[in-house]
Design a protein around this ligand. Structure first.
Ligand code: NAD
Length: 787
């Protein structure tokens, strides 16, 4: 055997990481008292426990306390009790605690990593080099946010008691993503780890004890859906932060509707991994290994759809297969292992079932020829070709080591395929042409885009999705807002509208015309052919407005979706149009003031002041259109991360009866300033202020489809907007019931909903960055550098 043959015949020897310390810790612990509540270790009130098994062997690791509603209640009570003192501490004091937690974790880094691999099954290389260091970084990074809070977020107040529910795929890292920003913002928390993987959270609670986290600030309860639901439904929880499946995210969206709880959802994905023909193919193959086989593919942002340009598809797939044959599937604690077991038998069965179904639907599922360990929940890496866009493997999140391949001919087709999913979490773009990559990135419906890279994360860079991948961001400045109270200045509670005449208005004398709807830049008659009477303050008929219905909303949403000219206009261009709108409104100020006074009964002076403030507000948002910009982050990697502000998309806006002009302008202008297109339902009682605006809009160069106005019953139309899956965002200022229904009915596409919780706003103060923040999605685009 010559030296070359010897070299080729060489195989890996076993390189196991020692597990002695972890086993000793497991043996010493009383897992029957694993609930960490108010700084004490408690058994579940019911005495119940659940089994935690090791994925690589199926052997029992621990019987862990199974919390029920009583235990959750005790944890929430402890968190409430601790809140005042914790949130009153100075930022510096909180920073010291966060830093101490980070440092204490660092001292036990190896124990955390080994325990995580034992509990979850992930290869030790990943837990040791990625999960644990990143979790520590989150605490140290957020120590800085705690101290900078007063300066960076003036007047900020903590969101209060936070309920946090996390999945099993990154148990410690998800815990850090949740707890670090919450503590920095002055919140106290009740966190529930996933039932498959509670161990590192128990070790973390021990660290909290040692690092001087005050009692009750961090409470950790264990259990399954029942414990999770008890947190979600607890009346004394102010905010819910959830990471998990879209299915459960929707249940939580519904359950919290109308409760006033703040909500962030980090859900599933079906992220595209796009390889253009000018990509560095070998790098792209390595990226793909990381993109889909990292953590056995049990990653929310896994690049589970490979989109490869036709000309290189064959060569690229051949390279991928060769590389797949060299992946090492085996014991998680072996330092050579690339792919460990899935977390549980149920997960293995689910993945195998989806692969079988994908094959039935026409996919060819290829697996490398290699032996699997005799015990444990292992699944071979799988490559599915011949996948049609409708195939289950192209549509559903498999959450396993399964890659679906599709090809594209040109850039447009690549973008279309990439966006052909109900999710919107992440995307990976491979091309040596930075112009092409940066042309594609903004067109992808994804909260994170990695250029020539994948799975890059950092505490300073926001992470989170669009559409059914949820809403809210974790990490960075945008992540901090999730744990700060909404400071909107609310006004009086809104009473539900009395039953209004449903159909034809009585014949009225002296009425010149019935105001129509404004859709796609045109005045159109309502679909139903009905109008409703608009009465002045004395109860006399002042005019008629169209009674918009479901079909009118559908038309308006289509027009808004087609209003691409506005979404694609430059910020400077949008700014000019908004200034022009202000100018044209100003020219007709007197006429609008008379209308306001007549319809609402306010004095002539107050009406004139409302018009003036509306013009001023238009000026403000015109000015901000090209100033509310994103940021550039410098993460500890050879990359810059561009946190871009992008429009949410089509935004529905439902307005109350008071301040019919100022209210309209206060919500529609920030949406427009950031490039959204709008479907507005104006004041039901005084819609003529909005319909009078048609001409102003027409003369101000607002492109067709940018603003669409449907008059009618606000509560009914709010529901229609909420249920419409092509509406991306919905803002509702209406009575409490309408607000609740808007949230409840938004589950179809998980659109971002903001409501004023049954109140109107103090319109004089309804201006500022909070409104602009609601009007943007932050997309983090990672651009690497270096050879
Ligand atoms: P899951 O939704 O089944 O469970 C997540 C958590 O919710 C668990 O702690 C579970 O006990 C709890 N839960 C279940 N039903 C509940 C209910 N009715 N009310 C309250 N809590 C409930 O998800 P999973 O299978 O544990 O995790 C995998 C999912 O998580 C995948 O869809 C993945 O994409 C997603 N995920 C998303 C991100 C992200 O940042 N977007 C990160 C990691 C994982």
């Amino acid at each position: 055997m010559n030296i070359l043959e010897r070299y080729q015949a060489m195989d890996y020897g076993p390189a196991p990481e020692g597990r002695g310390d972890a086993d000793a810790w497991l043996k010493a612990r009383d897992f029957g008292k694993a609930l960490f509540i108010g700084g004490a270790w408690k058994a579940a009130a019911s005495g119940k426990t659940f089994d935690v098994a090791e994925p690589s062997s199926g052997k029992l690791l621990a019987k862990v306390s199974d919390a029920g509603a009583v235990d959750v209640d005790a944890a929430v009570t402890a968190a409430r009790k601790a809140l005042a003192a914790w949130s009153r501490k100075s930022g510096y004091e909180r920073a010291r605690v966060l830093y101490a937690v980070g440092r204490a974790m660092q001292r036990h880094q190896r124990l955390f990593a080994v325990l995580e691999s034992i509990d979850n099954g992930k290869p030790i290389r990943e837990s040791r080099d990625i999960d644990v260091p990143l979790a520590i970084r989150h605490f140290i990074h957020h120590a800085g946010w705690a101290q900078a809070l007063d300066r960076e977020f003036p007047d900020a107040k903590s969101a209060g008691v936070v309920g946090q529910i996390i999945p099993w795929n990154f148990p410690l890292l998800m815990l850090a993503w949740k707890i670090a920003p919450a503590l920095a913002a002055g919140c106290t928390v009740v966190l529930k780890p996933a039932e498959f993987t509670p161990l590192t959270a128990i070790l973390f609670a021990e660290i909290c004890e040692r690092a001087g986290v005050p009692k009750g600030v961090v409470n950790i309860v264990h259990g399954g859906p029942e414990a999770g639901a008890a947190i979600v439904n607890h009346a004394d929880v102010d905010k819910i932060a959830f990471t998990g499946s879209s299915e459960v995210g929707k249940i939580i969206r519904k359950a919290t509707a109308g409760s006033g709880k703040k909500l962030s959802l980090e859900l599933g994905g079906k992220s595209p991994f796009m390889v253009f023909e000018d990509a560095d193919l070998d790098s792209a193959v390595e990226g793909l290994v990381d993109g889909i086989w990292f953590n056995q593919g049990q990653v929310c942002c896994a690049g589970s759809r490979l989109l490869v340009q036709e000309g290189i598809a064959e060569a690229f797939i051949a390279k991928v297969k060769t590389r797949m044959s060299r992946l090492r599937v085996g014991a998680p604690l072996d330092k050579n292992t690339d792919i460990g077991p899935l977390v549980d038998r149920t997960q293995l069965d689910r993945v195998a079932g989806l692969v079988a179904e994908g094959a039935k639907q026409g996919a060819q599922c290829w697996q490398p020829d290699m032996a699997l360990p005799s015990s444990g929940y292992f699944h071979l890496p799988t490559l599915a070709t011949g996948v049609s866009p409708a195939n289950i493997l192209a549509q559903e999140e498999v959450f396993g080591p399964v890659l679906a391949v599709m090809t594209f001919r040109n850039t447009e087709e690549a973008i279309e395929l990439a966006n052909n999913t109900r999710f919107g979490l992440a995307a990976s773009v491979w091309s040596e042409n930075v112009n092409l990559a940066l042309h594609v990135a903004p067109q992808l419906k994804a909260g994170v885009v990695w250029i020539n890279g994948t799975n890059m994360f950092d505490a300073a860079c926001g992470f989170g999705g669009y559409r059914e991948s949820g809403f809210g961001r974790e990490g960075g400045k945008e992540g901090m807002y999730e744990y700060l109270a909404d400071r909107t200045a609310y006004g009086a509670a809104i009473k539900p509208a009395k039953e209004r005449p449903a159909g034809e208005a009585e014949e009225a004398s002296g009425i010149d015309r019935t105001a129509k709807l404004f859709i796609g830049g045109k005045q159109v008659r309502p679909d139903g052919g009905y109008s409703y009477p608009v009465l002045d303050r004395k109860g006399k008929l002042a005019g008629e407005a169209g009674l918009g219905n479901r079909k009118d909303i559908r038309d308006a949403v289509s027009a808004a979706r087609a209003g691409k000219a506005w979404a694609e206009a430059t910020a400077y261009n949008r700014s000019q149009v908004l200034y022009y709108l202000a100018e044209n409104l100003s020219a007709r100020a007197d006429e609008f003031a008379v209308r306001i006074a007549r319809l609402t009964g306010v004095s002539a002076k107050a009406a004139a002041a409302e018009v003036d403030r509306s013009i001023e507000r238009l000026f403000y948002y015109a000015g901000m259109a090209d100033k509310f910009e994103g940021r550039a982050h410098q993460p500890p990697a050879r990359a810059v991360t561009l946190a871009l502000h992008e429009p949410v998309g089509v935004v529905g806006i439902v307005l109350p009866d008071d301040a019919p002009l100022l209210g309209f302008v206060s919500l529609v202008a920030p949406a427009l300033a950031m490039g959204n297109t709008v479907v507005a339902v104006p004041s039901e009682r005084a819609p003529l202020l909005a319909t009078d605006l048609y001409q102003v809009l027409e003369t101000s160069d607002v492109p067709a489809g940018a603003v669409n106005i449907v008059t009618g019953r606000a509560s009914e139309l709010a529901g229609v907007l909420a249920m419409h899956d092509d509406v991306d965002g919905l803002w509702v200022v209406a009575d409490a019931d309408t607000c609740r229904l808007a949230e409840e009915h938004s589950v179809g596409n998980l659109k971002r909903v903001w409501t004023a919780k049954g109140h109107t706003l103090n319109w004089d103060a309804a201006e500022g960055e909070a409104f602009l923040r609601r009007a943007v999605e932050v997309k983090n685009v990672w651009v690497p550098y270096g050879d």
